[in-house]
Design a protein around this ligand. Structure first.
Ligand SMILES: *Cc1c(COP(=O)(O)O)cnc(C)c1O
Length: 419
């Protein structure tokens, strides 16, 4: 790799090699990250990056679309099959873009969305005041009833929905370790005449691999997602429409020309490759193992009486209250573990008593480790190492952990092929 960059631009080559080494020797526990296959990387590095293809297959604004039409059609067909959707748009450049296009497709300025509170696990794009989208649409939030079990307050959600009449009831999260009661979401949405939309950015791979429930099986109208988290594809977004043709038309118009310009065809080709991988039986095994691994880590933290938000996890991530469990703030825990070769992120927890820049929690997960072939035994050891570092907080403990983490990582190299 990097033959040409090396000759032409050694500075960049050095940086790329540094990042390769960091990924190889450290352990990635950020739950929204993963390693893609060489096949996905080859598609991303292909000449499709040279091509303008504004429009959709068969209806483009430029000539020369013989191959772009084929690749986008394949990506769409595979995405539909993977999620049981009748329509799919594979052009969103990322998860945030997918959500913004979805809002513009379904709402008029001033319309209301009922979405998960950010501090209870929702995402910035679900109406955080720092995002510009809140200047246009009105976001009202729902929360958990009990942060120790993770149960959403559906009675309150219904009461609020009846009062504010949202156009969209939005499910989905970036820091919530439990499955949602999709049936309740849909019944409340139907009752108040709202659309039920799921932002599955984090768990799309679990849904595709049938290790988590599919919101479409419960009547959700739309799923938005990223393609680069548990789904293990290139960075990008995806919008799926269960069955309504009018909705699909609105979504397509909103993505292009409403919001984006020319689609990134090399990324779309890479999405098609990743969807192809996710359609294979081996991906089902991968998705199942992600959850088995989370449970193995959960068991270790439970054994140490650590406080996990919602009491544990049903999916790929754990939200640990480091402050209450070990007397370590999220920021300090992130730094300590980073020095030991474990990458994860500090995270605010529900009803956090600390400040957002140094909150109480850390968030971590198993998708990337599982891609490396880690099983229950290895991830349980990682959890123990984390506890050792967070308890001792000495240079000696960090150095010892670092050595063991590097050994664990190097004995489980990032696989090149995901056949
Ligand atoms: C990651 C994420 C997004 C945003 O994805 P980007 O590709 O970073 O724009 C949107 N929604 C949720 C729930 C996410 O977790």
């Amino acid at each position: 790799m990097y033959t040409f960059i090396k000759k032409q631009d050694p500075k960049i080559e050095e940086i790329l090699r540094g990042e390769e080494k960091r990924q190889r020797e450290g352990l990635e526990l950020i739950p929204s990250e993963n390693y893609v296959s060489r096949a996905v990387k080859e598609a991303m590095a292909s000449s499709l990056t040279n091509k303008y293809s504004e429009g959709y297959p068969g209806r483009r604004y430029y000539g020369g679309q013989e191959f772009t039409d084929q690749v986008e059609t394949l990506a769409i067909e595979r995405a539909k099959k993977l999620f049981g959707a009748k329509y799919a748009n594979v052009q969103p450049l990322g998860g945030a873009n997918a959500n913004i296009a979805m809002y513009f497709a379904l709402l008029e300025p001033g319309d209301t969305v009922l979405g998960m509170d950010l501090s209870h696990g929702g995402h910035l794009t679900h109406g955080h005041p720092v995002t510009y989208i809140t200047k246009i649409f009105n976001f009202i939030r729902y929360k958990m009833k009990d942060v120790e079990t993770g149960e959403i307050d559906y009675a309150e959600m219904r009461k609020v929905a009846k009062k504010i009449k949202p156009k969209i009831i939005l499910a989905g999260f970036s820091a919530y370790p439990r499955e949602l009661n999709y049936k309740k979401f849909v019944s409340i949405a139907r009752e108040v005449g709202a659309l039920a939309v799921m932002d599955a950015a984090h768990i799309a791979g679990l849904i595709a691999g049938k290790a988590a429930k599919n919101p479409f099986d419960y009547g959700f109208d739309i799923i938005t997602t990223t393609t680069h988290k548990t789904l293990r594809g290139p960075r990008g977004g995806l919008i799926l429409i269960r069955k309504d043709e009018e909705l699909a038309k609105k979504i397509n118009k909103a993505v292009f020309p409403g919001f984006q310009g020319g689609p990134h065809m090399h990324q779309i080709a890479a999405k098609a490759v990743a969807f192809g991988e996710a359609l294979r039986p081996s991906f089902k095994k991968y998705a199942k193992q992600i959850i088995k691994n989370t449970h193995a880590m959960e068991k270790v933290f439970k054994g140490h009486k650590a406080r996990m938000l919602t009491g544990g996890s049903d999916n790929h991530l754990i939200l640990l209250d480091g402050w209450k469990s070990f007397g370590v703030s999220g920021g300090e825990a992130e730094k300590l573990l980073d020095r030991a070769g474990i990458t994860l992120n500090k995270n605010a927890i529900a009803d956090d008593t600390r400040k957002p820049m140094d909150p109480s929690g850390i968030r971590f997960g198993t998708p990337a480790m599982t891609t490396r072939g880690f099983k229950e035994k290895e991830v349980a050891r990682v959890a123990e190492i984390m506890i050792e570092v967070l308890t001792a907080r000495t240079d000696a403990a960090v150095a010892k952990a670092k050595k063991e983490i590097k050994k664990l990582a190097l004995s489980h190299p990032i696989p090149e092929s995901f056949k």
